[in-house]
Design a protein around this ligand. Structure first.
Ligand SMILES: Nc1nc2c(ncn2[C@@H]2O[C@H](COP(=O)(O)OP(=O)(O)OP(=O)(O)O)[C@@H](O)[C@H]2O)c(=O)[nH]1
Ligand SMILES: [Mg+2]
Ligand SMILES: [Zn+2]
Length: 275
């Protein structure tokens, strides 16, 4: 635990079991019984909490993607849903711009420009890093995303030295090797606290009523008013404003297709559970 800038090693005593899990970023009350040694007495109320990544009390999530490994945009959409649900500001950070082509950028902009601030960086060339730091000034943010998109490399690029271990991309399966195994928070100046996290490729939206899903697509909001039916799920219903917006190119067709696949998936789960 950090107390006035000093590290105090804390145990949970027998209490931790009663207190429940401690998340990275928790504020706690401790009692110090010896210099540098203490015990956790209480976990203070959290403003938000995520299990993937395993962090709490954050101001923003930086969803990291890159041209390689091939991005899983469904994962990005799910992370965005969690952000909106928990009132966390989403930022999308596209790393490895040195490998990026115009089509990749257009696709990202098309899907997400109305939903999140987007930073384009290269931790190899340093492009965009200053702009990204400016974006997160004064906040506590957590990185999130697939393995090998370059989360740890971005932290290294910001602090200007090789502080964290960086992994390789397996050529055969184009998958990262899960180099970062623990979540760590770094004070990197400008009032920024940045959590480097472990990469993941699976994120389940659990216990989720499918009819609620569309409500988390805030980019659909301005087209919803043109839906004939109240509570339209923008799937099979006729006269749907969202589908019309997709047809006229105002909404990304890819993002809509991913919405439908998630909607169907949640319907299946819901039926199995309650049907
Ligand atoms: N070309 C290029 N390669 C990069 C860039 N940033 C990172 N890499 C490479 O991407 C690979 C993965 O980087 P990491 O920083 O370990 O990725 P990570 O997201 O922290 O991965 P996990 O810790 O496994 O979640 C390494 O081989 C880096 O050298 C970049 O801007 N351009
Ligand atoms: Mg890492
Ligand atoms: Zn509709």
């Amino acid at each position: 635990m950090l107390v006035d800038g000093n590290i105090v090693t804390c145990t949970g005593r027998g209490k931790l079991r009663m207190l429940g899990d401690i998340y990275i970023g928790d504020y706690v009350e401790i009692s110090v019984y010896k210099e540098g040694k203490g015990a956790i007495e209480k976990i203070l109320p959290r403003k938000n909490k995520l299990t993937r990544p395993y962090v709490t009390n954050i101001d923003a999530i930086v969803i990291c993607i890159a041209p390689t490994p091939r991005p899983d945009f469904l994962l990005v959409d799910k992370l965005l849903i969690n952000c909106i649900k928990q009132n966390i500001k989403p930022i999308i950070c596209v790393n490895k711009t040195d490998l990026m082509d115009d089509a990749f950028k257009a696709n990202v902009d098309n899907s997400y420009l109305d939903l999140a601030d987007i930073a384009y960086v290269s931790s190899v060339t340093g492009e965009g890093i200053d702009n990204f730091v400016e974006m997160i000034r004064g906040t506590y943010v957590s990185l999130a995303g697939q393995s090998a998109v370059g989360k740890s490399s971005i932290v290294n690029a910001i602090v200007g030295r090789q502080m964290l271990e960086v992994g390789e991309l397996s050529r055969k399966v184009e998958r990262g090797k899960h180099t970062t195994r623990t979540v760590e928070i770094f004070d990197i100046g400008n009032g920024i606290r940045l959590a480097d996290t472990c990469g993941f490729s699976v994120l389940e939206l659990t216990d989720f009523d499918p009819s609620e899903l569309a409500g988390y697509y805030i980019d659909f909001d301005e087209f919803r008013k043109d839906c004939k039916f109240r509570g339209c799920c923008h799937y099979n219903e006729p006269d749907c404003g969202v589908k019309a917006a997709v047809d006229s190119g105002k909404l990304s067709a890819y993002r809509y297709e991913r919405y439908i696949s998630m909607y169907k998936d949640l319907m299946d789960k819901w039926r199995r559970r309650y049907g």
